[in-house]
Structure formats: C-alpha cells, structure tokens
Design a protein around this ligand. Structure first.
Ligand SMILES: [Mg+2]
Length: 184
C-alpha cells in the first residue's frame, strides 16, 4: 500500500513501543516498568541539539539519575566517532558506538553484549522512526521515541522530507490499526 508521498507500509517495524516528548520526561520508574536494565541513547535531537557539541544540563542530570538507579547508559549514534567520544566523556564517561549505521541492528546487538543485558532489557531512545525505532524493533529491543528537540538546520531539506515521511507513516499506521479494530 502506498500513499501520496510514496510511503509503503513495508516499514512495519517503525512504530515505537513507547513515546515521550523529551528524553528527560522518561522517569526511572517508567524504564523499570518497561523492563529496561540499560538504555541506548541517540545523540542528535534526542540528548543534544542537532549537530551540537554542547551537552544540555538537563540531559546530563537525567543520565546521572538513570545511572544512579543502576540502569546503564550507552550512546548509539550515526555521528562520527570523535563527536560521540567527546559527548560520551561529558555525559560521565559513558560507552558509545559510532557511527552506528542505524537502521542496521548491529550496534544495538553489540550494545546489549557490551553491557551484559538481554536485548529485551535494552531500551533504545531516539527521535527518528526510520533509524532509531526500526533498529530497536528489528533487534528485539525496547523502542522509545521522543520528539526532536529542535528543527534541523544542517541538511534541512533532507530532514523536512524525513519528518514528512514520519508523520505520514504514523497516520497510516493508525489508519491500518483502526481498520483492524473495525473488522475484528
Ligand atoms: Mg537523532
């Protein structure tokens, strides 16, 4: 099935299991209820503003709180190695995998192994359906989607298309689900 924008419902794995506005809205209790013993965080527009090297104070505090509760944190980002390394240091010397090549699942599986948790106990938190959410769902991890922190300035044209596809996907997904409910 295709729509005006050419989206195919083949992206059956792009629907997030949980949704929040900001990463900082997710509480330790939420994570525990989901069964998360470790969280993998995306960088751009999830923990830091797109393309930034500046770590927001509220993100740093959130990471500290989560880690103090015994939940491990790792960065899984498609950014370059040095930027993930730098931000990982600022986040309290946390491990990272970058570039992760999401939507491929390799980084998610590697993270679970590195942290010694089962995939079903690893939550991947990110702002993009077709990279963060798909990779988590395909790998069997817990997918959590957050709203992008800010409109992307770099590759603005590319992201405008991505966000339009995401909106269309969510709309179609809900339409399909409603149809299923009606015929059930
Ligand atoms: Mg992102």
């Amino acid at each position: 099935m295709t729509d005006k924008g050419g989206i195919k419902m083949k992206y059956t794995n792009a629907y997030p299991k949980y949704q929040f506005r900001r990463i900082t809205d997710i509480t330790v209790e939420d994570l525990q209820k989901m069964g998360a013993k470790a969280v993998a965080v995306d960088l751009d527009n999830t923990t830091v503003i797109d393309s930034s090297y500046k770590l927001p104070e509220e993100t740093r505090k959130w990471i500290d709180t989560v880690r103090s509760a015994g939940i491990q944190v790792i960065i899984i980002s498609n950014t370059i190695f040095t930027r993930a390394w730098y931000l990982g240091k600022k986040m309290g010397d946390i491990p990272f995998i970058a570039p992760a090549h999401k939507p491929h699942t390799k980084a998610i599986r590697k993270a679970a192994k590195m942290l010694g948790v089962e995939l079903e106990n690893l939550a991947m938190i990110g702002d993009q359906l077709f990279t963060d959410v798909i990779s988590a769902n395909k790998a069997g991890a817990i997918s959590i989607r957050v709203e992008p922190m800010k409109k992307e300035k770099l590759f603005a044209g590319h992201f405008k298309k991505v966000r339009a596809r995401e909106r269309e996907y969510m709309k179609q997904y809900h339409n399909e689900k409603n149809k299923e409910k009606c015929t059930a």
